[in-house]
Design a protein around this ligand. Structure first.
Ligand code: 13P
Ligand code: SF4
Length: 305
C-alpha cells in the first residue's frame, strides 16, 4: 500500500499531475488526493490548476466538467464505468423535448448532467449553490433538470420562483426513507440530522440541516453538538469519523453507497497516471456551449459570496 502511494506521488511529480477526489470516494483515495471536496469545490480547483494532467476520482460528469473548464489539460478518469446514474437519466434529445413542452423558460441544470445536456441549458448549479444561483437569475420561473428533488427543494426555499422539474433522481439518496430518520432519531435522540437535498422531500423535512456534501461536513465540524445522523453517502461519514473522533456520526443506513463513486482504487489511479489512460474529451461544438453554462454558474457563485 505504501509503495503504491509512493509510486503515485512520484508519477504525479514527474508528470505535473493533480488528483481531485470527491468526498464519496473510498477514504483511502485521500492519501494521494491534492484536493478532496464536493462538486463545486472540485470544479473550481479544475479551473484554476496549473497541472498538465488532472486525474479525477469521481464520476464521469465531474471529469467531463474538469475537461470543459481546463480544455488544455489531459483529464483522466481511472475507471470509465463510474457514471452518475442520475446524470444518465437525461440525454440531449430529452432536454430538447422538455424545453419544447415548456417554451421560453430559462433552464437550470444540476452539474450532475452530461456536457451534451449542459450545452442546451442556460445556467448550471451544484447542490451547494443551487438556491443562490436560481435567486441570482432574477426570474419568476425556471425549468430544472435532472434532479426533481433538488429542484423542488430550491422552490420551497425560495418561495417566489416556480421550479418545473424533470423527473430525474439519485437512486442512492432515494434509498433513505422518512421511517429511517424517525427510527434513527428514536435511537439517538440528541443527534442532529444532516441531509443532502437529493433526498426525498419527506426526508428533508425531518432534517435539522440540509446541504451539499461539504455543507454537511462543515456543519458537523463547526457545531457544538456531539452526535450526528448523516443522510447522505457513506464516504462523508467515513471522513468525518476518521478526522473528528471526539464526535459520533451515524450513517442513516449501511446501504447508502454510490456504487459508481466506489469504482476507483489506488491501483486504478496509479495505472491512469502511468499509462495516461481513460482520457476524457468533449466534442468541440458541445464544449463551447456547455462551458458557458458552467462559467455562468462559477461567476454568479463568486459574485454572490
Ligand atoms: P455534491 O454537489 O454535494 O458534491 O453532490 C454531488 C453528488 O453527486 C451528490 O450525490
Ligand atoms: Fe450520481 Fe447519486 Fe452517485 Fe451522486 S450519489 S454521483 S447523484 S448516482
Amino acid at each position: 500500500m505504501n509503495e503504491l502511494i509512493e509510486k503515485i506521488n512520484r508519477l504525479k511529480k514527474e508528470k505535473n499531475a493533480v488528483v481531485l477526489a470527491h468526498c464519496y470516494q473510498n477514504a483511502e483515495i485521500d492519501e494521494v488526493a491534492d484536493f478532496v471536496g464536493d462538486s463545486l469545490y472540485l470544479s473550481q480547483r479544475a479551473r484554476e490548476t496549473n497541472a498538465d494532467i488532472i486525474v479525477f476520482a469521481g464520476v464521469y460528469f465531474m471529469a467531463q466538467t474538469a475537461k470543459l473548464l481546463s480544455p488544455d489539460k489531459k483529464v483522466l478518469l481511472p475507471r470509465l464505468e463510474s457514471g452518475c446514474r442520475m446524470a444518465d437519466m437525461i440525454d440531449l434529445e430529452q432536454v430538447k423535448e422538455f424545453k419544447s413542452k415548456h417554451p421560453n423558460i430559462p433552464v437550470v441544470c444540476y452539474i450532475n448532467s452530461t456536457a451534451e445536456v449542459k450545452s442546451e441549458c442556460d445556467m448550471c448549479c451544484t447542490s451547494s449553490n443551487a438556491i443562490r444561483i436560481v435567486k441570482s437569475m432574477g426570474v419568476k420561473e425556471v425549468l430544472f433538470l435532472p434532479d426533481t428533488y433538488l429542484g423542488k427543494w430550491v422552490e420551497r426555499q425560495l418561495g417566489d420562483v416556480k421550479v418545473t422539474t424533470y423527473p430525474g433522481f439519485c437512486p442512492t439518496h432515494l434509498q433513505i426513507k422518512p421511517e429511517d430518520i424517525i427510527k434513527a432519531k428514536e435511537k439517538y435522540p440528541n443527534a442532529k440530522v444532516l441531509a443532502h437535498p437529493e433526498c426525498h422531500q419527506e426526508v428533508v423535512k425531518l432534517a435539522d440541516y440540509v446541504g451539499s456534501t461539504t455543507g454537511i461536513m462543515k456543519y458537523a465540524i463547526e457545531s457544538d453538538e456531539k452526535q450526528f445522523i448523516i443522510a447522505t453517502e457513506k464516504g462523508v461519514v467515513d471522513r468525518l469519523q476518521r478526522d473528528y473522533n471526539d464526535k459520533q456520526f451515524f450513517l442513516i443506513k449501511n446501504s447508502v453507497i454510490c456504487p459508481n463513486m466506489k469504482w476507483h482504487t489506488l491501483q486504478d489511479i496509479c495505472d491512469a497516471l502511468e499509462y495516461e489512460q481513460h482520457e476524457i474529451n468533449v466534442d468541440e461544438k458541445i464544449a463551447e456551449k456547455a462551458v458557458k453554462c458552467i462559467n455562468r454558474m462559477l461567476e454568479a457563485s463568486l459574485a454572490a459570496k
